[in-house]
Design a protein around this ligand. Sequence first.
Ligand code: ZN
Ligand code: ZN
Length: 357
Amino acid sequence: MALSNSNVLGWAATDTSGHLSPFHFTLRENEADDVTIKILYCGVCHTDLHTIKNEWGVTNYPVVPGHEIVGVVTKVGSNVKKFMKGQRVGVGVMVDSCQECECCEQDLENHCLEHVLTYNSPYKGTQTRGGYSDLIVVHQRYVLYFPNDLPLAAGAPLLCAEITVYSPMKYYGMTEPGKHLGVAGLGGLGHLAIKFGKAFGLKVTVISSSPNKEAEAIHNLGADSFILSSDPEKMKAATGTMDYIIDTISAVHPLGPLLDLLKVNGKLAFVALPGGALELPIFPLVMGRKLIGGSYFGGLKETQEMLDFCGKHDITADIELIKMNEINTAMERLSKGDVKYRFVINIWNTLSSSNIY
Ligand SMILES: [Zn+2]
Ligand SMILES: [Zn+2]
C-alpha cells in the first residue's frame, strides 16, 4: 500500500494519562529541500515518557512521540542532492532551526533559539509528529546518513541517547586514552558512556546506587570497575582517582561525593535533567581547579560524526525490540527503570498490524 501524507498512521497520547493509541494525521507535503522517510525503527527515550504525561508542562495533545528514528528515503525534493530514494537515514531530536544565527553557522543547531523539535513543536502551521508513525518529512539539513555497517534497530538510540553522551566527551576533552572516566548512573545514557569510554581507550568505572548492576557493568558492558555509591569506604578509597565524570543521574542527587572522586583539574559533565536544583559545593571545585559543565544533545555535523564513529567502532545500544502495541507496557517499565537499556519499536512490520480500527 502506498503511503500517503494525508492519512499517516501513528500512535499518540491524547491526555496526561500518557496512554498511547492509534492516531491518523496529515503530514506536510515534501517541499524542495525535504526528504520523506518511511520509518522502520524508533527508539523510546525518557523524553517521550515525560512528554506523553506532560511532566514538563509543554505537551500539546495529541502528541506522537519518538526522536530516535531510522528509516529509508521514499522521496526527495528538487534541491536535495545528498540523499536519494532507498537510502538508509536517521532523524534525531530536531528537524529544523533558523539556519542563520551564530549557533546554526557553527553547526550548533541544537542551541539555536528557534530549533524545532522532532515532535510536539509548533511548525509550519501544524505540530511536529515523531517516530511512532509511518512517515516523516524532514528538511535535508536535519537528516543523517545511517552507516551501512550499523544495525538499524540497535542503531536507532544513537540518534538521541548516544549524541547526548558523545558530544560532551568531545567538547570537554574527555577522550584522552589511558585517562579514567567515571560514569555516574547506569541506564540508557550510562551504558553508552561505558561503550564510548572504552572506544576512546579510557579506563571506565561505573558509580551506581544499585549493587545488582555491578556484574552487568563489568561482564556485559565492559566497564573496568564498579563503585557502589552508598558504600562510604569504597567511595573514600576512590577519592581523587578520576579524570572525568559523565553524570547521567536523572534524579536530584548530591554532587559533593562525585566531585571528591575527581583528580585536580578533573571535569564533570551533566547529561541528564534532574527535576530540581542540585546543591553545588564550591570548595572542592575551587581547591581542585575542577570544572562542571552541561551538554544538550548535539548539532547535525557532530551527530553525523558520532554515527560514523559508531559504525567504525561497532558501537550500538543494547536494546529490547518491541511491537508497536507493546508500547504502553514498555512505558510502564521505562518509568521504573526496568529496561536493558533501550526499547526500540519495530515500526515497519508492527505499526499497521497492531492498529485497532
Ligand atoms: Zn531522547
Ligand atoms: Zn539558528
